[in-house]
Design a protein around this ligand. Structure first.
Ligand code: SF4
Length: 687
C-alpha cells in the first residue's frame, strides 16, 4: 500500500555509534525506520557514514530483550519488573550490609545518555556508598585524558571538527580515522584536497589516511613516545619553539628540557626505525606550521606507556604554541557516541561529575548536600581492578550496564572466569550479550531511539536526542530502571523526565552550569564548559589554562619498552582495531542485516612477504595463539600491513580477539595494552 504521508514521523536523534556525534532526523512509520536524513547537524552537516545511515535494524531485532530475566537452577526465566527490581535491591542491600559498600562494583555505559551516566554514579556513590564506578573510557581514551589533565587540565578535544578543518597541518597518530570516525575524516580529506592542509600520519598500518598523507611514517610498535620526544628536543635545540607562547602561558620548560636528554634523532631512529632525516624534516614542518592539530586514538593509548605518549603529544603542542586558537590543539578521538559524556558526568572512579576529584572535600560536600547523603572519599576500583578484586574474593557483586566486558575487556577468559565467581551479578542491556549470559538478573534496556536524553561527542558537544519510538515490549530506558532501583533502596529520586536529571547535574557542576534542555532544542547544541548564562566554549584555552595560575604545564615523560615483544615462541605482533562497517564487538552492527552481509566473517591481515613465507593466501585458515588463548581466522593478504605485523578487526563474537590479549596495562590508568600482543601463527587450511 502507498505510504500515507501523515503516518510518517520525523524525529531528531543523534547517532548511537561513534564519537563524531552526527545528528539527523529519523523518518519512521510505527517501528519501521524508513530513512535517516541529515540536514543541519552541528558536527556533521548533511553527512553520515554507513553505520549512521543503515545501522539501525538492531532496534527491531528478534534478539532484543523485552522482559527481565532471573536465573533459576542455571537457566533464565522471565520475571516482572517488580520481582526483578525487588530481587536486585534486596541482594545489593544484603551484600552491602554483610561486606561493606566497596564489595559492589558498577560499570556505566558509554552508549547510554549523560543523564544515565550521572544516575549510575549517583546510584553507586549516593545509594550504595562506593566510588567503585567506571566506564569503558578505561579501555580506550583514559590515557589521553590523563595526558591532557597533566598538561592543560581539561580532558577533551581542544576545539571542534571545524577547528581541525582550519589547521595548517594535521598530524594523525595511531588512529584509523577514515574507518573509525568516518565523517570527521571526510572533513580532513576535504581540507587536505581543497585547502592544501598538510597531512602527516604515523601508524603501523597503511590505512586510507596513510595513503593520502603527505608524510607517512611507520614507527615500530609502541615507540611513538620516542619519536615524538625527539621532535620536541630537536625543535628546542634548534630554537624553533614558540618562545612568546612559552613565556606567557606555559610552566616547566627547564624540567622538560632536562628530561629530553636521551631523545636525540639518532636514538629515535634506532628505537622507532624512522630515519633521523625524516624526523628532522617532520620537526621542521611542525614548527613551521601556523596551526597544528594532533588527532590520536587507540594506537597511542592502548599501550603500557599510553598516558605518557599522550602527554608527549600535548608537550609538542605546547612548545610550538598550538593551543587556544582555531586550527590548533589536541584531539583524542572518542570511540563511542557518549564515552566523553560518561566520564564528564562522573561515571569514573576518582571524579565526581565535571571532574571534581572525590578527594576534594568541598566538591564532596556540594554533591552530598544536593543528594542528601555523605559521599565516600576514597577513589574506587576501576574496571580492571574490579576484575582482579573479584578473583581475590573482595568484590562480591557487579552491576554492568551496556558493556560487553566478557568480549571487549582484554584477557577475556580471565574476565569471564571472574564473572562466574560473583555472588550476584546484574547486567542491563538490549541483548543477551556474552556478559549477560553470566548474570543472575538481566534487565532489558532501551536503545537511544527509544528514549530522551543527551550525548556528548568528541568535541565536548552536548546534543539532545528525542524518543523516536516507544521502548520495545517491556524494556525500559536505563534512567527509569535506575530510578526504580534507587526507590526500592530507600532513595526516591522521583525523576519523571531526563531534563530534570540534567537540571540537577547542571546545578551541582560548574562545568555544565548553563546546560539546560531549553538551550538544546532540536539541533541546538552546547560545547562545555557552559557558563550559567548559556555561553559555551567551542575552543578551549583561548585566554588561560584552567589551572590556578592560568598556565599550562609541560610534563616530562620517560619511555618504557612494550610489555610483550615478539620472541621465539610468539614471533608475530598482532594489532587490532575497527572496520568501517562494524562497531566494536558487533553486538548492534551484526544485527543490522545490510551491514552484517557486507563483512560476515572475521579475518586477519598478513603482509605479502609473510604470506609467502608461511605458504598461505587469501582465504586460508590459520590459528593464532598467544600466551592466553587461541582463535581461528581467515587470511587476507594485503600490503596495508608490513613484515611480521598482523592486523585483525575486533568485531568477531565467535572468535574474539580478546581471548588473545593480556592483562598488562597503561601504568597510570590501567587501560589494557591491547596493542602489545605477540602471537604465533599456525596454518590450518592453506587453500
Ligand atoms: Fe555515526 Fe560516527 Fe558514522 Fe557519524 S561518523 S554516522 S556518528 S558512526
Amino acid at each position: 500500500a502507498a505510504m500515507r504521508k501523515q503516518d510518517v514521523r520525523r524525529t531528531k536523534t543523534v547517532c548511537t555509534y561513534c564519537g563524531v556525534g552526527c545528528s539527523f532526523e529519523m523518518w519512521t512509520r510505527g517501528r519501521d525506520i524508513l530513512k535517516v536524513e541529515p540536514s543541519e547537524g552541528p558536527a556533521n552537516g548533511v553527512s553520515t557514514c554507513v553505520k549512521g545511515k543503515f545501522g539501525w535494524d538492531f532496534v527491531n531485532h528478534e534478539d532484543r530483550l523485552t522482559t527481565p530475566l532471573i536465573r533459576e537452577n542455571g537457566r533464565f526465566r522471565e520475571a516482572s519488573w517488580d520481582e526483578a527490581l525487588g530481587l536486585v535491591a534486596r541482594r545489593f542491600a544484603e551484600i552491602r550490609d554483610a561486606h561493606g559498600p566497596d564489595a559492589l562494583g558498577f560499570i556505566a555505559s558509554s552508549k547510554c545518555t549523560n543523564e544515565e551516566a550521572y544516575l549510575m554514579q549517583k546510584f553507586a556513590r549516593g545509594v550504595i556508598g562506593t566510588n567503585n564506578i567506571d566506564n569503558c573510557s578505561r579501555y580506550c581514551q583514559n590515557p589521553a585524558t590523563t595526558g591532557l589533565f597533566r598538561t592543560v587540565s581539561y580532558g577533551g578535544d581542544s576545539g571542534g571538527i571545524a577547528s581541525i578543518e582550519q589547521a595548517d597541518l594535521v598530524l594523525i597518530v595511531g588512529s584509523n580515522t577514515a574507518e573509525s570516525h568516518p565523517v570527521l575524516a571526510t572533513r580532513v580529506k576535504r581540507a587536505h584536497k581543497l585547502r592544501g592542509q598538510q597531512l602527516v600520519v604515523a601508524d603501523l598500518r597503511k590505512h586510507e589516511m596513510a595513503e593520502r598523507a603527505d608524510v607517512f611514517i611507520r614507527p615500530r610498535p609502541g615507540t611513538d613516545l620516542v619519536w615524538l620526544s625527539a621532535l620536541i628536543r630537536y625543535i628546542l635545540d634548534q630554537g624553533l619553539e614558540d618562545k612568546a607562547f612559552l613565556a606567557e602561558r606555559v610552566n616547566g620548560l627547564d624540567e622538560l628540557r632536562t628530561s629530553l636528554a636521551p631523545f636525540t634523532l639518532e636514538y629515535a631512529e634506532s628505537v622507532s626505525g624512522i630515519p633521523a632525516n625524516t624526523l628532522r624534516d617532520l620537526a621542521e614542518r611542525v614548527a613551521g606550521s601556523s596551526g597544528v592539530c594532533v588527532l590520536w586514538a587507540m594506537g597511542v593509548t592502548q599501550h603500557c606507556g599510553g598516558s605518557d605518549t599522550s602527554t608527549a603529544i600535548s608537550n609538542l603542542l605546547l612548545i610550538t604554541g598550538n593551543y587556544g586558537r582555531p586550527g590548533t590543539g589536541a584531539y583524542p578521538l572518542r570511540g563511542h557516541n557518549n564515552v566523553q559524556g560518561a566520564s564528564d558526568f562522573g561515571a569514573i572512579t576518582a571524579f565526581l561529575p565535571g571532574y571534581s576529584p572525590v578527594s576534594d572535600e568541598t566538591a564532596r560536600a556540594r554533591f552530598g548536600q544536593g543528594w542528601g547523603v555523605t559521599l565516600p572519599e576514597k577513589p574506587g576500583l576501576d574496571n580492571h581492578e574490579m576484575v582482579d578484586a573479584v578473583h581475590a574474593g573482595e568484590l562480591k557483586s557487579m552491576y554492568v550496564i551496556g558493556e560487553d566486558m566478557a568480549l571487549v575487556d582484554s584477557n577475556a577468559l580471565y574476565v569471564q572466569s571472574a564473572f562466574e565467581k560473583l555472588d550476584f551479578f546484574v547486567v542491563q542491556d538490549i541483548f543477551l550479550s556474552r556478559t549477560a549470559q553470566f548474570a543472575d538478573v538481566v534487565l532489558p534496556a532501551a536503545p537511544s531511539v527509544e528514549k530522551e536524553g543527551t550525548f556528548s561527542n568528541t568535541e565536548r558537544r552536548i546534543q539532545r536526542l528525542y524518543e523516536v519510538m516507544p521502548p520495545l515490549g517491556d524494556s525500559r530506558p536505563d534512567w527509569r530502571i535506575l530510578t526504580g532501583l534507587a526507590e526500592r533502596l530507600g532513595r526516591p529520586w522521583g525523576y519523571t523526565h531526563p531534563s530534570e536529571i540534567m537540571a540537577e547535574a547542571a546545578s551541582l557542576t560548574p562545568l555544565f552550569a548553563g546546560v539546560d534542555y531549553s538551550r538544546l532544542e532540536g539541533f541546538a547544541s552546547l560545547q562545555w564548559p557552559v557558563t550559567a548564562d548559556g555561553t559555551d566554549t567551542p575552543i578551549l584555552f583561548t585566554e588561560r589554562f584552567p589551572f590556578p595560575d592560568g598556565r599550562a604545564r609541560l610534563h616530562p615523560v620517560e619511555w618504557i619498552e612494550p610489555a610483550e615483544l615478539p620472541d621465539l615462541s610468539y614471533d608475530l605482533h598482532l594489532n587490532n582495531g575497527r572496520l568501517l562497517e562494524q562497531f566494536h564487538e558487533g553486538n548492534m552492527t551484526n544485527r543490522s542485516r545490510g551491514i552484517h552481509s557486507k563483512v560476515p566473517d572475521t579475518f586477519v591481515e598478513l603482509s605479502p612477504e609473510l604470506a609467502q613465507r608461511r605458504g598461505v593466501r587469501d582465504g586460508s585458515r590459520v590459528r593464532l595463539t598467544s600466551r592466553r588463548g587461541s582463535i581461528e581466522a581467515r587470511v587476507l593478504v594485503t600490503d596495508r600491513v608490513q613484515g611480521d605485523e598482523l592486523y585483525m578487526p575486533m568485531n568477531s563474537v565467535e572468535e574474539p580477539i580478546n581471548v588473545l590479549t593480556g592483562s598488562h596495562t597503561d601504568r597510570v590508568t590501567h587501560t589494557p595494552a591491547y596493542k602489545e600482543l605477540s602471537v604465533s601463527l599456525e596454518v590450518i587450511e592453506a587453500d
